[in-house]
Design a protein around this ligand. Structure first.
Ligand SMILES: NC(=O)c1ccc[n+]([C@@H]2O[C@H](COP(=O)([O-])OP(=O)(O)OC[C@H]3O[C@@H](n4cnc5c(N)ncnc54)[C@H](OP(=O)(O)O)[C@@H]3O)[C@@H](O)[C@H]2O)c1
Length: 270
């Protein structure tokens, strides 16, 4: 069994705060049906009603004139206490300009968590991360993160300033980042898994995942999310959806308890 696996009460501790929401799909995605503004606002509000305490966004999550940040602002401002709204500085973006754009669009005086997103593997992050740290010193950003990073880039950022969170691709069907998940758990750093439903491709999945889902009368999406909650105590997932029904199904994954046999089956998938 891989490191980071927990059992019993430990496995469930804090799970509610670790099932977040990804806002990228709220403005709609190229090649998919447009999402109407009223539905997008309703999905964001329902997420918080259902207990979501971590929402992931970016100023570049836009489609046409619709943007994830504007939808979140319309839906949630004034933002409830305890809600983390995390955003990003993309590869190529000026750090200060991106932070100011996010502050303006979200209608905030300070951002809870901002990631500097890596570009190509091996790209030096330190300088951009240092600029983000300066903005924290000015009170514009509360917590610093890095996204889409290698272990070496994570270590490099940590020499500049404390890293509160790492956001990388990780899920039951792609466990290639497992050692960084475990390192974050050891270091008490939040690991935010993006694309934990494989960007929706999890529906084409293998027999192991389907068998576990059938055994629990659950969907493969719920099993994937329950696996992530059990996999590491510092792992936050941010499943993306623009559907109220899917949101409600995903949040119901909090009630799904996987046993050791399920976890062993699922750990072998990736
Ligand atoms: N750092 C990065 O580079 C990076 C990259 C990608 C994403 N992200 C972040 O991660 C978040 C999640 O990424 P993602 O949305 O691409 O991937 P995801 O969460 O793995 O999958 C979302 C897809 O699954 C579908 N889905 C979700 N719940 C479902 C359910 N219960 N039943 C059926 N289908 C379901 C969604 O379609 P419907 O809308 O139809 O439900 C959508 O197509 C984004 O919102 C963004 O915040 C970060």
């Amino acid at each position: 069994m891989g490191g980071g696996f927990r059992s019993g009460a430990d496995r469930r501790a804090g799970a509610r705060r670790r099932l977040g929401f990804g806002a990228m799909r709220l403005p709609g995605m190229p090649g998919r049906h447009p999402v109407d503004h009223t539905t997008a606002v309703a999905v964001a509000r329902r997420a918080v009603e259902l207990g979501v305490a971590h929402i992931d966004t970016a100023a570049f999550y836009t489609r046409g004139s619709s943007s994830a940040n504007e939808i979140l602002r319309r839906a949630l401002r004034p933002y409830p206490d305890g809600l983390t709204v995390a955003t990003k500085v993309g590869p190529g973006q000026d750090v200060r300009a991106a932070v100011e754009q996010n502050l303006g669009e979200l209608g905030l005086d300070a951002l809870d968590l901002v990631y500097v997103q890596a570009g190509r593997p091996g790209e030096a992050l330190a300088e951009r991360f240092a600029r983000l740290a300066e903005l924290r010193a000015k009170g514009l950003v509360r917590n610093l993160g890095v996204a889409d990073v290698t272990r070496a880039q994570f270590d490099e950022a940590r020499t500049v300033a404390p890293v509160s969170a790492v956001q990388n691709r990780f899920g039951v069907l792609d466990q290639s980042d497992a050692s960084l998940v475990d390192e974050c758990a050891r270091a008490g750093v939040t690991y935010v898994a993006h694309s934990s439903l494989g960007g929706g491709r999890i529906r084409f999945t293998d027999d192991g995942l389907r068998r576990v889902a059938l055994r629990h009368g659950a969907t493969v999406y719920q099993v994937a999310l329950a696996w992530g909650l059990a996999r590491s105590p510092t792992l936050v997932q941010i499943p993306g959806t623009a559907s109220l029904t899917h949101l409600e199904q995903n949040m119901a994954a909090l009630r799904l308890e996987l046993d050791d046999h399920d976890m062993a089956t699922l750990e072998r998938l990736a």
